[in-house]
Design a protein around this ligand. Structure first.
Ligand code: ATP
Length: 370
């Protein structure tokens, strides 16, 4: 069984909240998280395997943690929980933590963790994600169930592949047969042509002003909290982003080259302002629906990202949702064109620590952790 609200209350009852430490695995978005935590006045702790990481962080004194927990294997974190609780640590989860521990271990990690871990189950299943997004009023790319029905470009995605590794584009059934690895579980999606924008939002269930989100169904009409747009990025993907330099698709096939989608970096983006209402409508739908994913769901808490493609008809297609801080928020350590409007220098990492700080001040820590 996973962590319950009673577990969380029990751990927090042993915490001296004036001594809370913000902890993160030193990878992914940890520089931003630790830097933001320091700015909000927290002590910090980083978790790593291998001395190289520690050396690397010494290159960034603004994010260097007050303490390190060095492990032989990330899975050993499961045995360090009591020590970490004695240190009053709150863990900020990111993609690498979940990947290194495995989803199952992560759901059982006996440490106060920022956000709602329940949502991981929805996020890690493509089918559940699609259901969630569609119930939220987001348009998703069409799914092709039978490869023989491929009659326009599709993207084939393997389950559990990270950062687009191994994905390929097929133009027809022959293409698909030539490239597919039938030993792996895969999904075939319509290839949506357009610009890829990753929208980084933050949902604060404790804030009572700003863009308020209202509940639906079981929470009909109830004010659930405040939605904020933090920043936006697009990704550099190797080699698809540089493919055009080698000629036409036909030339490339003659060279036996296929595009790949391995993320290598991120770049800041702003959206044309006329698309912002739709971006907020989608994000609001995702938050409202998150409270209906399961009976008594605690819903979305904190950072989430809608991964979208905007077509030349100015329509969004949402191909994925991440319910935690994403690495695409890293270009915005000192704020973004959106977050700066409200407060200069507010990164998503810092926003998380601000949320924790406010929750400590108002005695609501249990409402934003799991
Ligand atoms: P991560 O978990 O790191 O976000 P992932 O392995 O789940 O990555 P996706 O984000 O689903 O992979 O997709 C990787 C890349 O493939 C996207 O950034 C985008 O360039 C491309 N892509 C995904 N789905 C589509 C689609 N339906 N049409 C066109 N391109 C797509």
């Amino acid at each position: 069984m996973g962590i319950t609200e009673a577990d969380l209350r029990w751990w927090l009852s042993g915490y001296d909240v004036s001594q809370v430490m913000i902890g993160a695995v030193a990878s992914h978005s940890a520089l931003q998280i630790l830097h933001g935590a320091k700015l909000e006045g927290f002590r910090t702790l980083a978790i790593a395997v291998g001395a190289d990481k520690r050396r690397l962080y010494s290159a960034f004194p603004g994010a260097e943690p007050d303490e390190w927990l060095m492990l032989d294997d990330y899975k050993d974190l499961m045995t360090q929980v009591e020590w970490l609780r004695k240190k009053q640590v709150i863990i900020i989860p990111h993609g690498s933590l979940v990947e290194y521990l495995g989803a199952d271990n992560y759901s059982k990690l006996e440490l106060p963790t920022f956000g709602n871990r329940e949502i991981l189950r929805w996020e890690s299943s493509r089918e559940k994600q699609r259901q969630w997004l569609e119930n939220s009023g987001c348009k998703t790319p069409k799914v092709i169930n039978d490869p023989r029905d491929i009659d326009s470009p599709v993207i084939v995605k393997y389950a559990g592949a990270k950062g687009g590794r191994g994905y390929f584009i097929a133009r027809d059934y022959r293409d698909f047969r030539r490239n597919v690895n039938l030993d792996e579980e895969f999904t075939i999606q319509e290839y949506v042509l357009g610009c890829r924008y990753y929208l980084h939002f933050f949902f604060d269930p404790l804030a009572e002003d700003g863009y308020q989100v209202h509940g639906i169904k079981s929470n009909a009409g109830k004010v659930l909290g405040r939605l904020e747009l933090m920043s936006m990025d697009r990704r550099d993907e190797s080699n698809v982003d540089e493919f055009y330099k080698l000629g036409s698709l036909r030339d490339l096939r003659e060279m036996a080259l296929e595009p790949s989608f391995v993320v290598t970096g991120n770049m800041p983006v702003v959206l044309r302002e006329s698309l912002l209402p739709e971006a907020f409508r989608m994000a609001e739908g995702v938050v409202s629906t998150s409270f209906e994913l399961e009976e008594n769901s605690r819903g979305m808490i904190g950072a989430f990202c809608l991964e979208t493609i905007v077509t030349d008809k100015l329509e969004f297609r949402v191909f994925e949702i991440s319910a935690r801080i994403v690495a695409g928020s890293n270009p915005f350590v000192s704020g973004s064109s959106y977050s700066d409007i409200n407060e200069k220098g507010m990164s998503t990492g810092r926003r998380i620590s601000r949320c924790i700080k406010k929750a400590i001040e108002t005695g609501n820590l249990n409402r934003i952790l799991s």
